[in-house]
Design a protein around this ligand. Structure first.
Ligand code: HSE
Length: 323
């Protein structure tokens, strides 16, 4: 059986979840691809942390070129997070004819065109399913079975950390700071959770969704964005008295040539389909002119749900290379 060698950039929360998905589901992954997938090299400084996975010291490297210049490696998974050096590394991998898979919404949103164009110019695949909605297959759905649609609108709860915080504050009256700490411990939050609570992470994901749905790349910096850090228990009480829940909503709507978009805490009637999306669950509510309304629902954060999406992309690429 053919072995497909993979280089991994970053063995943090999501890197570990991805590695674990491959370890845990090896039999299924081999059955589905007809290939033996191996993560042979890992760029990671922390080589000693106990992660609950089997990694040998020889797999670790401190030199990204050991991955980019390795002729045996076909696919690079980038899970460093942050715009740089992640973007430079992804471009470098593509220029060395490696396909690239990432979960890095900040880098994809900031450099959408450059990354896609470089992949195309080097005739390699670039996939980023895990960058929006964690385990929810929204990007694959939009770019395959839904691609005949003119999209009209997207409404999304696309940040697990803030949805977890709002849910726990609403349902149990827990304090903002305490719940944020739990979300961090569960591996939902970004390294710097400011990106979560101030809506920046959601703006990154909305930028990616709009680029795909409306063929328009809007920089996350140009998306009007408000987070949840100022939401108080009193706000939640007032919303409840009106039969509403507060959710951090990403929205974009196209009317004619006009595209309107924002990220902001929004009052939703309890009967709205997005109002019942709780904790780290995400949902993306899409309207297409042929298909009508659709809602995609699932875990939007966490090492294994995200690892599931990353591995799905890796497997598709491996099948396309060796079909
Ligand atoms: N920090 C992000 C979240 C991780 O909480 O949704 C998934 O992108």
């Amino acid at each position: 059986m053919k072995t497909v060698r993979i280089g991994l950039l970053g063995l943090g929360n999501i890197g570990t979840g991805t590695y674990k998905t491959l370890e845990m589901n090896r039999a299924q992954i081999t059955r589905a691809t007809g290939l033996n997938l191996e993560i042979t090299k890992i760029l990671e400084k922390d080589t000693t942390r106990e992660r609950g996975i089997t990694v040998t010291p020889e797999q670790f490297t401190q030199d990204p070129d050991e991955i980019f210049k390795d002729p045996e490696i076909d696919i690079v998974i980038e899970l460093l997070g942050g715009i740089e050096p992640a973007t430079t590394f992804m471009l470098e991998a593509m220029k060395n004819k490696k396909a690239v898979v990432t979960a890095n919404k900040a880098a994809v949103a900031a450099n959408f065109q450059k990354l896609n164009e470089t992949a195309k110019a080097n005739n390699v695949e670039f996939r980023f399913e895990a960058s929006v909605g964690g385990g929810i297959p929204i990007i694959n759905a939009l770019t395959t079975v839904l691609q005949s649609n003119e999209f009209v609108e997207v409404l999304g709860i696309v940040n697990g950390t803030t949805n977890y915080i709002l849910t726990q504050m609403t349902e149990f009256g827990f304090k903002y700071a305490d719940v944020l700490k739990v979300a961090q411990e569960k591996g939902f939050a970004e390294a710097d959770p400011t990106a979560d609570v101030e809506g920046i992470d959601v703006a990154n994901k909305l930028s990616i969704l709009m680029a795909i749905m409306f063929d328009k790349h809007i920089s996350p910096n140009d998306i009007p964005t408000k987070g949840i850090s100022k939401i108080t228990p009193k706000d939640i009480e007032i919303a409840e008295a009106q039969g509403c829940k507060i959710k951090l909503i990403a929205s974009a709507r196209k009317e004619g040539d006009k595209l309107e978009y924002s990220v902001k805490p929004t009052l939703l009637k309890a009967s709205h389909p997005l109002a019942s999306v709780s904790n780290e669950f995400n949902a993306v509510y899409v309207t297409g002119n042929a298909v009508g309304e659709l809602m995609f629902y699932g875990k939007g954060a966490g090492p294994l749900p995200t690892g599931s999406a990353v591995m799905g992309d890796v497997m598709e690429i491996a099948k396309n290379i060796y079909k």
